[in-house]
Design a protein around this ligand. Structure first.
Ligand SMILES: Cc1cc2nc3c(=O)[nH]c(=O)nc-3n(C[C@H](O)[C@H](O)[C@H](O)COP(=O)(O)OP(=O)(O)OC[C@H]3O[C@@H](n4cnc5c(N)ncnc54)[C@H](O)[C@@H]3O)c2cc1C
Length: 398
């Protein structure tokens, strides 16, 4: 008799887990609470689905134990992911390391995942919200409002509460807690940041290339470069997204956080002073107030201008502009959540719980969050594939 595997959640990690479990000979049922599968997947990459990244670095994954992701990615690599998608028919394109389906339509990725799952006789059941998972001897009973499913193995692939996309929620964490797992408090990640000052209405709508560095308790830490998007509440854009998970976690501890913005990252301070002085001298007919015209969008100039008339002080302000952080926006504005099931309690090669045999966790429900750039979906593919593969295996002592 093949092993009965029930998967809670039909998103990215749940679908790939289903395919690997079914390919391994299991009889697989996926229970999805929404009226269709993969609603979050459909929204990824602005609907284009940035499904992985050709360069996976040490810093691409974060969590209480980020090395957990690194080790798991050894067992199911980015190359394995590419081979998998190629095998199910997703032809990809590489845009500066960001991998997308050639169609640039997330819906086609979802369609091909569903086709493959159906071809392996996976039962895809929508409108089935899992309300509880209980032990039944060595096996499980999985409860929905409509039914109860017997399972030899359960994979919890229920995602997180990030975004307002239908189906986002914390039920995965609750199911884990019921089996004694510790949950690292989920907090928003890949999310815009709200500031404490009153001028933001004036810079709203501006986009500018800059470097942003995180300053915690007066100490400058990691920096990120790229396009910043100024908003009427503060600041957004990929560099801010990349730092936001740290901001949310540090704010939770009550420590003061600032973002130091370098608006002229291609210049050293000394070069910038000379540059500004040369501009002043070269156009003596201009007022000091006009010094920045032609360098920055006009809306930014009153905010960046140093009114002392001193080029050194102006250069310092442009290189070390202090953005006073209030907090990140909430989970509803976040692309992912940091935190989740503590990975010390999970087997890294299989995603199996160390607390309950044949119980697995995948994707965002785990305490791993990726940087922007396809890393979160890569985590869903890796953790899902490993769990699916392991869940299908017959227990050694059977
Ligand atoms: C706007 C947006 C854009 C993004 N873009 C990208 C991108 O381009 N690249 C990238 O790498 N990442 C991106 N992400 C992140 C990525 O989508 C997630 O990290 C990934 O989908 C997580 O996979 P998962 O399987 O853990 O969860 P999900 O894909 O969220 O799937 C979880 C599923 O479980 C279901 N579920 C939950 N609870 C229950 C229950 N009790 N019973 C039954 N079903 C349940 C949910 O309805 C959902 O369908 C983006 C996220 C957002 C919000």
């Amino acid at each position: 008799m093949s092993k009965k595997v029930v998967i809670v959640g039909g998103g990215a990690s749940g679908l790939i887990a289903a395919i690997y479990a079914a390919a391994g000979g299991a009889s697989v049922t996926v229970l999805e609470q929404n009226n269709r599968f993969g609603k979050k997947l459909l929204c990824t990459g602005n609907g284009k689905c940035n499904l992985t990244n050709s360069e996976i670095r040490k810093t691409s994954y974060r969590g209480t134990t980020p090395g957990f992701a690194k080790d798991a990615l050894h067992d199911f690599t980015m190359a394995d992911t590419m081979a998998f998608f190629s095998a199910i028919g997703v032809y990809t394109k590489n845009k500066n390391g960001y991998i997308y389906p050639h169609s640039e339509q997330a819906s086609t990725v979802l369609e091909l995942l569903e086709m493959k799952a159906r071809s392996l006789k996976v039962k895809l059941k929508s409108m089935e919200q899992v309300t509880a998972v209980k032990n039944q001897g060595d096996a499980f009973l999985v409860f929905t409002d409509n039914w109860q499913y017997e399972a030899d193995a359960v994979i919890v692939a229920a995602g997180s509460s990030a975004s307002l996309i239908e189906g986002s929620g914390d039920s995965g964490y609750r199911l884990a807690e019921n089996f004694g797992h510790q949950i690292i408090k989920p907090l928003p990640a890949l999310v815009p940041v709200k500031g404490l000052d009153s001028y933001y209405g004036k810079w709203a709508g501006v986009r500018v290339e800059a470097k942003v560095t995180l300053e915690i308790n007066g100490m400058t830490l990691i920096g990120e470069s790229g396009e910043l998007q100024m908003t009427d509440y503060g600041i957004s854009g990929i560099p801010v997204f990349q730092l936001s998970r740290y901001i949310a976690r540090v704010k939770e501890e009550g420590l003061p956080v600032n973002l130091i913005i370098d608006f002229m990252p291609d210049f050293s301070l000394e070069q910038l002073i000379v540059f500004l002085e040369t501009r002043m001298k070269g156009c003596p007919y201009k007022r000091y107030e006009d010094l920045l015209v032609g360098i920055f969008p006009k809306k930014l100039i009153p905010i960046l201008r140093q009114d002392t008339g001193n080029c050194k002080e102006q250069a310092e302000k442009l290189k070390s502009f202090v953005f006073h952080v209030d907090k990140t926006l909430g989970a509803d504005h976040a692309q992912v959540m940091s935190g989740g099931v503590l990975t010390d309690e999970i087997e890294v090669h299989t995603m199996e719980s160390k607390k309950r045999k044949n119980l697995y966790f995948t994707g965002e429900v785990l305490d791993i969050d990726g940087a922007c750039g396809g890393y979160n979906l890569q985590w869903a593919w890796t953790s899902g594939a490993l769990a699916g593969r392991a869940a299908a295996k017959e227990d050694k002592d059977d």
